[in-house]
Ligand binder design. Structure first.
Ligand SMILES: C[S@@+](CC[C@H](N)C(=O)[O-])C[C@H]1O[C@@H](n2cnc3c(N)ncnc32)[C@H](O)[C@@H]1O
Length: 565
């Protein structure tokens, strides 16, 4: 589950420079999409400038989205499957073996049961002990360990194990981590069993250990006739082996042993590294949260600790039936099925396959009318169309975060700085149009993060006090359109009761309400089907706002009542 943030390739300072170089004069309406008629000439010129600026930004963000050979190579590996999108694997509660790990209780545990007979890696997981409504609080837990400063933003390494061994309750942590997947019991027996065993647990453990070995094992001698890069890699591997020995020594000096009283060995240190890699989250390592399995369409979400709280909450995001496996997404972003499969394999060494893609969610993954091949099925290793769209989106997201942070930090924000989000808004719209066209699928899943990003950028742009009336109307119109397109996609992916739907509904209702009071003509110009009278737009706005209120009420801020001493 451990995910390290990448460092941004382009900083906002480079962007400012680029925008300043390209900016010729003060733009009236940089995008000229929805302005008043009398601004036409200025808008056209400004629009051309902005288009040039946007194009260069897209290029800067990533290489242009071009198909490898002018065409997408596809295979129809999976037939369209019938069935309800929300149909879930439900276990017979009476046949499940419940489990009691000797771990400290979390701060709060809802109507959930830890079971041990699930058909996936490690075999354990939490299931609902009764039907749970969306928004139901199922866990509140503080991390058993937070990441050391040196670990943040870098690949998980032995520095975290050192930190763990130096924590005041290290023995307790080491003992509890023995139960994390891969468990000490499994890893110890892995060394005594035949590698050809067909037990999924052992196979995954073999793959996990092989990955670690590939990363870190080395011959003891640094070879003479090798390149600088290879030599550097070998030196790193030797350093790693040396550090493992140092950690075994630290554990011995501090009297930190395994639960059975035996001294910690090098393989125990490696296993702990695996356990942190496969069970840790960005906000730290949690015991009970680590028992939640992954699903591409999870029924729960973990909320990050917010300012002033040290605990995390896990809540359901839709109705969960008794006996249903409670799941979260191990991935921090919405990505295509091909990327989910690849990332889960790379991070966890398990393959989610494609048999769970059904109905609307299956259609959201199609390019043209075919499911693209996965590298895991022996498909092309070439960077795919969705890879390129996703990395362009990610790059633009990083830029937005940076520019938003710099706007917030700066006490006196000059109007100049808003040229960047303005140009970025155009880039995101271009990315959206181009992606939609090349994917030949207006409902493709990768359009969700692009539209969400567009809404975020609009929220930044609209803060610019120097925007003219027509520019403000333009931003509001484009905000309306993006939220209108985003809502049905999010509903198909997340279900109608997910709190992201509440957020998008609010954005949509607010933008429409503003336009209803300032320029209903702008709403008509969107040319949305049957949306051509004040009355229709007005009742639409009320309906969407009610949706926001309804979903918001499903997620009460009730964690505090369980966390007070
Ligand atoms: C954080 S643990 C989850 C709890 C785990 N099932 C256990 O018994 O300890 C992550 C591991 O669970 C397994 N897992 C989780 N979700 C899975 C899924 N959808 N399919 C297959 N294995 C999964 C994988 O072995 C993964 O490395």
């Amino acid at each position: 589950m451990f995910n390290t943030p990448h460092s941004p390739t382009y900083t906002y300072k480079q962007l400012i420079k680029q925008v300043q170089m390209e900016k010729e004069e003060q733009d009236e309406d940089p995008f000229g999409l929805f302005g008043d008629d009398d601004d036409d000439d200025d808008e056209l010129a400004a629009s051309v400038n902005a288009m040039a600026m946007a194009s260069s930004l897209v290029e800067a963000a990533n290489e242009k989205i071009v198909l490898p050979h002018g065409n997408v190579t596809t295979t129809t590996t999976f037939a369209k499957r019938p069935g309800n999108d929300n149909e879930r694997q439900r276990e017979d509660l009476s046949s499940l073996k419940t489990l009691d790990l000797a771990w400290p209780d979390p701060i709060y545990k809802g109507k959930i049961l830890l079971v041990s007979s699930l058909p996936l890696g490690g075999g354990r997981g939490y299931v609902a002990s009764e039907t749970l409504p969306p928004g139901n609080l199922i866990l509140i837990e503080s991390p058993m360990m937070e990441w050391p400063e040196e670990q943040l933003g870098t690949k998980l390494g032995l520095v975290s194990i050192k930190h763990l061994l130096e924590t005041s309750n290290a023995s307790q942590l080491v003992h509890d981590i023995e139960d994390f997947h891969p468990t000490k019991e499994h890893v110890d027996s892995h060394h005594h069993i035949d590698d050809t065993t067909d037990n999924e647990n052992y196979e995954q453990i073999s793959r996990m250990i092989q990955t670690l070995e590939l990363e870190y094992s080395s011959s003891s001698e640094v070879e003479e006739d090798i390149g600088t890069e290879e030599r550097h890699h070998q030196q790193q591997q030797q350093q790693f082996q040396h550090d493992v020995v140092v950690l075994v020594e630290i554990a011995r000096e501090k009297g930190i042993c395994s639960r059975d009283g035996s001294a910690l060995t090098a393989i125990d240190i490696l296993r702990m590294l695996l356990a942190l890699r496969y069970n840790g989250l960005e906000s730290g390592v949690y015991r009970h949260v680590a028992m939640l399995n992954h699903d591409d369409y999870p029924n729960c979400t973990k909320l990050f600790p917010t300012d002033g709280t040290s605990y995390s909450e896990v809540r359901t995001t839709r109705t969960v039936q008794a006996g249903e496996n409670l799941t979260i997404s191990y991935l921090s972003r919405v990505v295509s099925h091909a990327s989910r499969r690849k990332l889960l394999w790379e991070q966890h060494r398990f393959d989610i396959g494609a048999s769970h893609l059904k109905g609307e969610r299956y259609r959201m993954e199609l390019i043209g009318n075919k499911l693209p091949p996965s590298p895991l099925d022996g498909g092309s290793v070439e960077q795919s169309l969705t890879d390129r769209i996703e990395s362009a989106t990610e790059e633009l997201e990083k830029m937005r975060t940076e520019i938003e942070a710099s706007i917030q930090l700066s006490p006196t924000v000059s109007a100049e700085i808003y040229e960047i989000p303005k140009a970025m808004e155009q880039s995101v719209l271009e990315l959206y149009q181009e992606s939609k066209q090349q994917l030949e699928n207006v409902d493709h899943i990768v359009l969700i993060p692009i539209l969400s990003l567009h809404l975020e950028i609009c929220a930044t742009v609209i803060k610019d006090n120097s925007l003219s009336n027509s520019m403000q109307l333009g931003v509001l119109a484009r905000q309306t359109l993006s939220a209108y397109r985003l809502l049905p996609l999010q509903k198909s992916l997340l279900g109608a009761d997910h709190f992201d739907i509440a957020r998008t509904s609010l954005d949509l209702a607010n933008a429409v309400s503003e336009l209803l009071s300032r320029s209903v003509k702008t709403l008509y110009e969107l040319k949305l089907p049957s949306m051509n009278t004040f009355g229709v737009w007005s009742s639409f706005e009320q309906r969407i706002r009610k949706e926001h209120i309804r979903i918001k009420a499903l997620y009460p801020h009730d964690a505090e009542q369980h966390t007070k001493p």
